[in-house]
Design a protein around this ligand. Structure first.
Ligand SMILES: Nc1ncnc2c1ncn2[C@@H]1O[C@H](COP(=O)(O)OP(=O)(O)O)[C@@H](O)[C@H]1O
Ligand SMILES: [Mg+2]
Length: 236
């Protein structure tokens, strides 16, 4: 049975897709058969073959994983929370279906990286079933992706404490998008404060990579950076 890891974030847009694609690529480069899974994508991209998941397309670009529907069971057009995006499409997300799809991937791989949408309290089903509940159902520990700047102590500590309160294990935290040359005192001290307050290790501080972009499917330099800056072996 494969190992699983649920990549959550303190918010949307913090770099979950970048870290998921990057880790999948590093694992594969080092001989681990890793898959990436995006249970629910909102803001899907229109194409000739229907809606496509931008996040799964980035996993393909970063980790060389061939794009398939198995990577992303639910894809909705509207960039909304999953429960409302599903409602607008006259659908209801079925958590049991997501568990099935996840289990298929765990049978075929050594490691499955699951990317949530938004943060832990984002709802998939009205009004109780959240990303935290999905992580629980999949039985996966968490990796939390956080921003480097002012405000991140509160967001990250809230996320970790909520995860622990929900009975989830938090393997580590990654600070993403750090700009060393212009780092403020807050940015330089945040990792130490977050680690001290949560007792969860910061497994890496990933720099801002100007060449890389999820939207343009460009992963330039990402794998080398993750390999160097993230203690990825501790996640295995
Ligand atoms: N380390 C980084 N360097 C440069 N751009 C980044 C970095 N991490 C994320 N981005 C950009 O920030 C945006 C949000 O990242 P993404 O991984 O899609 O976040 P999330 O999955 O949490 O919503 C994207 O445009 C992505 O290309
Ligand atoms: Mg994403």
């Amino acid at each position: 049975m494969a190992k699983g890891l649920f990549i959550t974030g303190t918010d949307t847009g913090v770099g979950k897709t970048v870290i998921t694609g990057g880790l999948a690529g590093v694992f594969r480069k080092n001989g681990v058969k890793a898959a990436a899974f995006k249970p629910v994508q909102t803001g899907g991209i229109e194409s000739g073959e229907g809606l496509l998941s931008e996040d799964a397309l980035f996993y393909q670009a970063a980790a060389g994983l061939p794009y398939s529907r198995d990577m992303n069971p639910y894809c909705f057009r509207m960039p909304l929370s999953p429960n409302i995006a599903a409602r607008v499409s006259e659908q209801i997300i079925d958590p049991a279906y997501l568990v099935d799809k996840y289990h298929n991937l765990t049978c075929e791989n050594d490691f499955v990286l699951v990317e949530g949408a938004g943060g832990l309290c984002v709802p998939l089903v009205d009004y109780g079933f959240t990303m935290a509940d999905l992580a629980h159902l999949l039985g996966t520990p968490l990796l939390v992706v956080a921003r480097p700047g002012l405000g991140t102590i509160n967001h990250t500590v809230l996320t970790v404490r909520y995860a622990l309160w929900s009975g989830l294990e938090v393997k580590g935290i990654i600070i993403n998008g750090y700009r060393e040359e212009q780092a403020t005192l807050a940015e330089r001290t945040n990792p130490e404060v977050i680690e001290g307050m949560t007792g969860v290790p910061i497994l890496g501080i990933v720099p801002y990579l100007p060449e890389m972009s999820v939207e343009s499917g460009c992963a330039g330099g990402l794998l080398e950076t993750i390999e160097e800056k993230v203690d990825w072996r501790r996640l295995m």
